[in-house]
Each structure stands twice: as C-alpha cells, then as structure tokens.
Design a protein around this ligand. Structure first.
Ligand SMILES: Cc1ncc(COP(=O)(O)O)c(C=O)c1O
Length: 407
C-alpha cells in the first residue's frame, strides 16, 4: 500500500475530520441510537407533494435546459426570485450582486478562496459554526475567536483581538458571523449590536461575512421578523458578504443557496465556482424556483416555525423535568439548537462515550471553539428527531449526566 502522506498538500495534511460527521458515522453503526447531533431539517415537513408535482412537470416537459448546463451565476429566473426574498429582508441587490451556490457551505468555501491567503486571520465567534471554521482552515487561514455577549459580539474583545493580530503582522480579512439563531448557540444578535459591528468593521477596514440560513425560522411570540433584519440591510458601502440557503426551509438535498455581495467580489466568486463545479444543479435550481413561484416556500414558513418551536418546547420541557437545576441553556428564539451547559466539573467530551453506551449522541461543545474551550458545553439539535424520540433521548442523556455526577 502506498503511503500517501508525502503526496498530500500541506492543507490536506492538516485536515481533521469534522466532529459532527464522525458522530454521524458512529451513530449509523449503533442500532436505535437517538441523535441530537446533526442539524438536519425534519423530512416530515419537506413539501413532498408539491416537489413531486414540480419535478414531474419539469421532467415531463422534455425541455433540454432542465437537465443541461447553465450559467455559473445561477438561473436568471431564480436570481429574480432571490432579489425579491432579499428585498423582503431589507437588502437591495441587483442580479450582478448574486451568485447561486451549491449550499451555503460552498459559499463559505468560495469566499475563503477569494479572500484568504495562507496565514491570514479570520475572526470568528466563540463558539462558531464548525463548517465555516473548516472552510477557513482549508484555505490555510487561522480562525481567531472573539467572545459573544448579549448584544452579539463583545466589541472590546474584538478590538483587542484584532489589534493583537495586526501588531504581529497578521492580516485580518473578515469577521464571520451568524446573527440569526446562531449555530450552535441559537443566539439572536440584537439589532443595535449588528449596527455597532458594522460601524466597527467600517472603522477598522474589515469585511463582514454574514451567514443566514436560519433567519426565517423565528419562533412566533418569542422573536419577530424585524429582529432578524440582516446586517447586510444596513450595508451602504459594500462591506458585507451575505449568504443564505434553502437547506433549512425547503430541502437541503437540493443544495440551493446564494451569496449577495458587491459585484467585483461576485465576479471573483464566480471564477472560483467555475473551477469548483461549473454551476449549481439545473434541476435543483428549477425545482427551487418553481417552489418559490408557486408560493410553496413562503406559504409553509409559518408551519415550519410552529413545528420547530414545538420541538424546542418539548426538548426544553424534557430537560427541565430530567435535569432541572443541573444543566442550563439560553432559550433559543428560533433555529434548530439548544446550547447546553453542563456543571463545570463535567466534560461533554468525556461524557460522549457513556452517552454512546446509552444510545444517545450530541455534538461536543469544544468542536465549535477555535480556542479549545467549551468542554462542558454540548449542542443538542431538536430539529430532526420526533417528539417521542426527543423525550426518550433526553431521558437517556439525563441518566448519563446523573451517573457522571454521582461518581
Ligand atoms: C451556520 C450555517 N451555515 C451554513 C450551513 C451550510 O448549509 P447548506 O450548505 O446546507 O446551505 C449550515 C448548515 O448546517 C449552518 O448551520
């Protein structure tokens, strides 16, 4: 067997598998495991009938374009529909500002290719979405963490971190944020915090990469649409690169997402995308467009919000009943996640083996921290498991925590 290590690029040599994917692989091998690990949407709320009808009509038509290569930027019809969605979020974008991507994950990869050189610094939140951290590291950049506070980013910490990095000659290219129902904390950044961050970025000549897959999934009575207004809505000089996706609100299997950015950057992103995959799937984009045109997407959003809110309530209720006073979490006002703090003396990393024995899994909090902290934190996704499995899974988890506390 050839030893491939010497053949690998420096970047590839440094790659480590994603903690979440490893969890998934482990879970797949254990019968009846209850997974709170994957942040997947619930297939029960995929618009099956509507998508079936749309796909059938598209394929029955025998229009070559439906299965043909298309423009790298994305189908024009879809770009038009995306402009309307962005307008509803307070963002003015021309077609020239848009690029359809194969999931937002590709968007993060393309942004990294276009903006980062090896050794550059990207500022990320403590904690931050692991997929973004991976994309930045793939580009051989160094993600450096800043603390969060109730408003969003701790600006004093941000100022300190950036000054420190610049003092040692590092270029700080951008700050990556998920203001709406962040993965993993579920936190909604306050509007004032968003404006302050934009002001800070303008003063310090740093770009902002704003990732917004969860903004539509606010919980009625808990958060309002107006509170999810993206930073991009206030962007007057093209400082914000905005990413969003249909993965959580339509179906992630379509892999349809998009970037809204200043035109010179979109041109570069398009060149990077050409080398990566030429274009996002034609059929996927057409299905997504038809779902938008027929109102399938917009009409289902209220039901999706209610569905996930109900699951959140069930998970919180189960945690309170089983582990009240032992664990704590900030109540998420939207999205897919509970960000749970264990008692300080427990480590979510060490608990995982016992959790696997009890056939329940989660993502260890430390996976989201670029400074290796957060060992007593865990991310529990309530989006995918059924209500009954959420309750059963929390009961299993509670057994693990209680046993660990007992000795
Ligand atoms: C914050 C965040 N960004 C991006 C993504 C990637 O989404 P997709 O590539 O499915 O659009 C996810 C998926 O979980 C996410 O949580």
């Amino acid at each position: 067997m050839i030893d491939y290590e010497p053949f690998l690029s420096r970047a590839a040599q440094s790659w480590r598998g994603s903690a979440i994917r490893k969890m998934g692989a482990l879970a797949a091998r254990i019968p009846d495991v209850i997974s709170f690990a994957a942040g997947y949407p619930d297939p029960d709320v995929f618009p099956w009938a509507a998508l079936e009808e749309i796909a059938r009509e598209l394929l029955e038509g025998r229009d070559g374009a439906v299965l043909q290569y298309g423009p790298t930027r994305g189908l024009r019809s879809l770009l038009g529909a995306l402009r309307e969605i962005l307008a509803s979020r307070g963002i003015r974008a021309a077609e020239e500002n848009l690029l359809v991507t194969t999931g937002s994950q590709q968007g993060l990869d393309l942004v990294s290719r276009v903006l980062l050189d090896p050794g550059d610094v990207v500022v990320v939140e403590l904690p931050a979405y692991t997929g973004a951290i991976a994309a930045f590291r793939n580009a051989q950049a160094t993600p450096v963490g800043v603390r969060q506070n109730d408003d969003g980013i701790d600006l004093d910490d941000l100022e300190r971190v950036v000054a420190e990095q610049r003092a040692v000659g590092h270029r700080v290219r951008f700050i990556y944020v998920v203001p709406n129902f962040q993965n993993p904390t579920g936190r909604l950044m306050r509007l004032e915090g968003r404006r302050e961050l934009l002001r800070w970025a303008t003063e310090r000549s740093v770009l902002i990469v704003e990732d917004d897959p969860y903004g539509e999934l606010y919980f009625e009575g808990s958060a309002m649409a107006a509170e999810t207004l993206p930073i991009k809505a206030h962007d007057e000089d093209g400082r914000v690169i905005y990413l969003s996706s249909f993965s959580k609100t339509l179906a992630p299997g379509l892999r349809v997402a998009w970037i809204a950015a200043p035109e010179p950057l979109v041109e570069k992103l398009e060149q990077a995308k050409q080398a990566a995959d030429l274009m996002t799937g034609s059929l996927d984009q057409r299905i997504a467009f038809e779902a938008l045109k027929r109102g399938v997407w917009a009409e289902r959003l209220p039901a999706l919000r209610a569905h996930y809110q109900h699951k959140r309530v069930v998970m919180e209720g189960a945690l309170r009943a089983e582990l009240g006073g032992v664990v704590s979490w900030p109540e998420p006002r939207g999205g897919f996640f509970l960000w749970v703090a264990l008692p300080e003396k427990l480590s979510a990393d060490r608990l995982l083996a016992r959790a696997l024995d009890q056939r329940v899994i989660y993502v260890v909090g430390s996976a989201f921290f670029v400074d290796e902290s957060g060992s007593n934190m865990m991310r529990l996704s309530f989006s995918l498991p059924s209500v009954a499995r959420i309750e059963a899974g929390v009961a299993r988890l509670a057994r693990v925590v209680r046993e660990a506390l007992a000795g």
